[in-house]
Design a protein around this ligand. Sequence first.
Ligand SMILES: NC(=O)c1ccc[n+]([C@@H]2O[C@H](COP(=O)([O-])OP(=O)(O)OC[C@H]3O[C@@H](n4cnc5c(N)ncnc54)[C@H](OP(=O)(O)O)[C@@H]3O)[C@@H](O)[C@H]2O)c1
Length: 311
Amino acid sequence: MNAYLVSHYGPDGLQHATLDQRPPGPEEIAIRLDAIAINPLDWKIRNGWLDEMIPLPLPAVIGSEGAGTVLSVGADVTGFAVGDRIAGFIDSGAFAETAVTRAARLLPVPAGLSTEQAAALPTAAETATRIYALLHPEPASTVVVNGAAGSVGSMITQLLVRDGHAVIGTASADNHDYVRGLGATPIGYGPALVDDLRRLAPAGIHAGYDTTGHGFIGRVTDLLPARRIVTIVDFAAAAQGAIVAGGDPTQLTITAAVREVFDSAARGELRVSIAASYDFDALPDALALSERGHLRGRVIVRGKGRESAGV
Ligand SMILES: NC(=O)c1ccc[n+]([C@@H]2O[C@H](COP(=O)([O-])OP(=O)(O)OC[C@H]3O[C@@H](n4cnc5c(N)ncnc54)[C@H](OP(=O)(O)O)[C@@H]3O)[C@@H](O)[C@H]2O)c1
């Protein structure tokens, strides 16, 4: 099968290769990847920034999430059958034509959701629902989301809006209309951030979700104590009392909350934005686009196996 592996850490460390795919173990499923979502985790791993947290025996196929079709199932797997359309987190690396992953990390794609949308959802759904569970605001709260246009940011924004909270979301100016379309009030990251928050929330802000860092927690400390902010990026903010949502991304599984997000998205109640789509042969360009940042949604790579299968 065609794959991209990291031969060494660094910007030039990703290489195309042709590899054999091992069969699934008892609790695993073999899949054809029809759509691969590029995740910031992928270029952080390629750059070697996470080599202590996620030690990889190089060379290794990377890529964390995607969607596709079940090719075969392990002896102990129930609830999945050959030909099912599935999405989730990919153990053996998503930057490949086929993959093997634990069944607990996959879910069936509900009708109404495209394979590309399904590929874009696992991390956003898992992270947004996890941080929401860590800090559930009182009904009708005013809440700030730092990085509201990102994949995780746009998902937590939509969940909060759905539940009746007033959301103020930071974003680059180009993304303000997008954030407004999610039901939030957009503001910039610049020097006016604190004044904008005071003006838009005269009765105070009750909770914050930080998906992009850049000193946000320290800047808003007079308005919102760190203990009422969850961050997925600013791990040092634990010293200020912030709630840090870390964890090992290689051990994420499909929770009931993730299934609910997939079902809501399939009913059209949650928006899943695709920033750009690339062919498999241009995967390195897709990775570079994700690394440049400021996207609205995930960059998607069409699976090589899908080309070969003619679907
Ligand atoms: N701890 C965890 O469990 C966990 C889980 C998932 C993700 N993460 C991390 O959380 C972060 C967000 O993930 P994501 O998937 O939502 O990423 P994403 O889709 O790439 O979104 C990141 C957003 O950050 C904003 N941003 C602000 N300043 C930026 C800058 N200087 N450069 C680039 N973007 C900037 C961008 O929006 P604007 O253009 O509007 O500024 C962008 O949309 C990533 O670092 C990821 O690795 C952590």
